[in-house]
Ligand binder design. Sequence first.
Ligand SMILES: Nc1ncnc2c1ncn2[C@@H]1O[C@H](COP(=O)(O)OP(=O)(O)OP(=O)(O)O)[C@@H](O)[C@H]1O
Length: 272
Amino acid sequence: MSEPAISFVDLGFYYRPGHFVLRHLDAVVPRGTVFTILGPNGRGKTTLLHLLIGALTPREGALKVTGRVAFVPQLFQVSFDYTALDMALMGRARRIGLFSQPTKEDEAAALAALNRLGVADLADRPFHELSGGQRQLVIFARALVAEAEILVLDEPTSALDLENQSLVLDHIRAFAREDGLTVAMTTHHPHHALAVSDIALLMRGEGDYVTGSADEILSEDNLTSLYGVPLKRISYEHEGARQETIAPVMIAPRPRQGRPGDIPEKIGGTIR
Ligand SMILES: Nc1ncnc2c1ncn2[C@@H]1O[C@H](COP(=O)(O)OP(=O)(O)OP(=O)(O)O)[C@@H](O)[C@H]1O
């Protein structure tokens, strides 16, 4: 079996001595899989991503990341007047070198990546004038142009409308299934995790983690106890195939046929 893209054993990190943000954390992420990190605010998801990209160093345990990493942060700001194409070209910086000009081949690669993400028409627009979602797609293109083997994505769908969420999830799946990339990402959306992940990590608190096959880990019980609100796995049919999604039941469901408190049997499918 090939070496995993990411592995950590007994990983621990604190910003201030004596105040561990995460501790005794173990996971193995094989190449070409999608690894999703979930947990309530402040549990250390972003801290874990920063450890993966080498911006932070473990205080305890061992962390191994094998392959070139590209990081896509949640909000990407630039203070200079770069175009979207310039931003994508920055992914080629390693090839182009500090004082050289991009070649036609570099430009073609950057345009192809923008095209794949559906934003080639924005190539000449100033990056800082783009919407949050458009910027996100351009930064994805930059990660592709960098020919990274491991993509580390901080809440990749947070700035996106529903259509673009779906598009980005499709891209994430394709990066892993078609390009063989490994994707490590955080999300506050369990249904996104279920849609794309092979492996999930639930960060329940310091020293309290669950990791393993996403389909098994993202159970109603695990998610309900993680978030403190009831969540349901919903089975439905789409284009002739059985699918599953996850939805929170944060407010009392609307009663059907005037029966107060009646939990609907169907929300486009069957609640298990
Ligand atoms: N630079 C820092 N210095 C000190 N403490 C920090 C720093 N960054 C984060 N923390 C603390 O570490 C803990 C974990 O933060 P982190 O941002 O990793 O959580 P998160 O799970 O990503 O949260 P969210 O879902 O809100 O983005 C929090 O208590 C936070 O206050």
